[in-house]
Ligand binder design. Structure first.
Ligand SMILES: Cc1ncc(COP(=O)(O)O)c(C=O)c1O
Length: 366
């Protein structure tokens, strides 16, 4: 690429998404593929969201509502906040990038965990921020003091995925309150709750309950996971009116499409569908974890819709062997080179994965 791209961009490792189902079908010439790679809801969205998308098809020649009025009103009512405290994004991914661009200057400092969601690093590097990737304890567990120790006078952003992707671990109630209460005023705390619907630990609290304790707080949510709308790319941030106004200065016009807006509004209203999907996944997270432990593998206790498994062999080799069986999971980069991350699927998908994994682990060539 020579010098076409800027050097800091050339130094970036691009985000590697889960392998698409159709790609594997084409490559292997097979019909039946199980994708457990992108932490999607295997049951799909509310039928009401699908109906809303069909209705919106008649408006495809019109630009979307640039301010997402109806969805923001619905989210504001859902969270009992004014709509001025809600900003919509093209997935929460767009908002992560936007937060880096709006709230930090080149050369200032950001903090995130490692391993954690790679887009915090990508957003920081793209904005030419300095950063500290704070190692999780045993590579798996958050430690709030380690995060606080990383704060510097020029720190502008702290990203925490709670529960964390890819470990499924979380920061408990008291620690989260202490983190938000102890961070110096100059730090914007970004609590990314992409998976919070799946957190059932008695000491887990969503950061929404702690908003009154901290002015500089952005809470990220998404419709891509529990709501089953990953294809439509809708996320949002809850923050102060000043924070939302800052994001709106740089937010691309029409960043959330019409189908996404109407589907998210309908999905938000269908609490029964959300509840039944989440309950099934939490139940199957337990049984999947138990079956993996019965195979002698270590599974990190998860509060999300995926499990992180130490296969004690190169995770990449296991990932590739599973691909040949038509199963897509995720191999993990270092320091989790012997781990794979597996989304909790439907019971029959989990069963097929377990059967294939058992065979692959038995195969001495892997
Ligand atoms: C922790 C976390 N945050 C944000 C996202 C981005 O989600 P989306 O852009 O689909 O809202 C993901 C996606 O995997 C994630 O794992």
């Amino acid at each position: 690429m020579s010098d076409l791209a800027a050097p800091h961009i050339l130094a970036l490792t691009a985000y590697e998404p889960g392998k698409p189902e159709d790609e594997l079908k084409r490559e292997l010439g097979i019909e039946s593929v199980v994708k457990l790679a992108s932490n999607e809801n295997p049951y799909g969205p509310s039928p009401k969201a699908i109906a809303a998308v069909s209705g919106a098809a008649l408006q495809l020649h019109r630009y979307p509502d640039p301010r997402g009025y109806e969805l923001r009103e619905a989210l504001a009512a859902h969270h009992s906040v004014p709509p001025e405290e809600v900003c919509l994004g093209n997935g929460s991914n767009e908002l992560i990038d936007l937060i880096c661009r709006v709230f930090a200057n080149r050369g200032e400092h950001a903090i995130f965990g490692h391993p954690s969601f790679p887009c915090y690093r990508i957003g920081s590097v793209a904005q030419e921020l300095r950063f500290t990737a704070v190692p999780l304890r045993e590579n798996l567990y958050w430690n709030v003091d380690d995060l606080l120790d990383a704060v510097r006078p020029d720190t502008k952003l702290l990203f925490v995925s709670n529960p964390n992707n890819p470990t499924g671990s979380y920061i408990a109630n008291e620690d989260l309150a202490r983190l938000l209460g102890s961070l110096p005023q100059h730090v914007l705390a970004v609590i990314d709750e992409a998976y919070f619907e799946y957190a059932d630990a008695s000491d887990f609290v969503p950061a929404t309950g702690l908003r009154h304790t901290r002015e500089r707080l952005a809470i990220l949510r998404t419709f891509s996971k529990a709501y089953g709308l990953a294809a439509l790319r809708v996320g949002y941030v809850l923050g102060s009116p000043e924070l939302v106004a800052g994001l709106n200065r740089l937010r691309a016009p029409f960043n959330v499409n019409t189908a996404g807006q109407v589907a998210a509004k309908a999905a938000l209203a269908d609490r029964a569908h959300l509840r039944s999907c989440v309950e099934a996944t939490i139940r199957d997270r337990t049984s999947l974890s138990e079956s993996l432990r019965a195979l002698g593998l270590d599974v990190t206790p998860s509060q999300a819709n995926f499990v992180l498994v130490d296969v004690r062999k190169p995770g990449r080799a296991i990932y590739e062997a599973l691909l040949l069986e038509g199963i897509i999971v995720r191999a993990m980069p270092e320091p989790l080179g012997s781990f794979i991350r597996v989304t909790v699927g439907r019971p029959e998908e989990n069963a097929r994965f377990l059967q294939s994994l058992e065979g692959v682990l038995r195969d001495s060539r892997v």
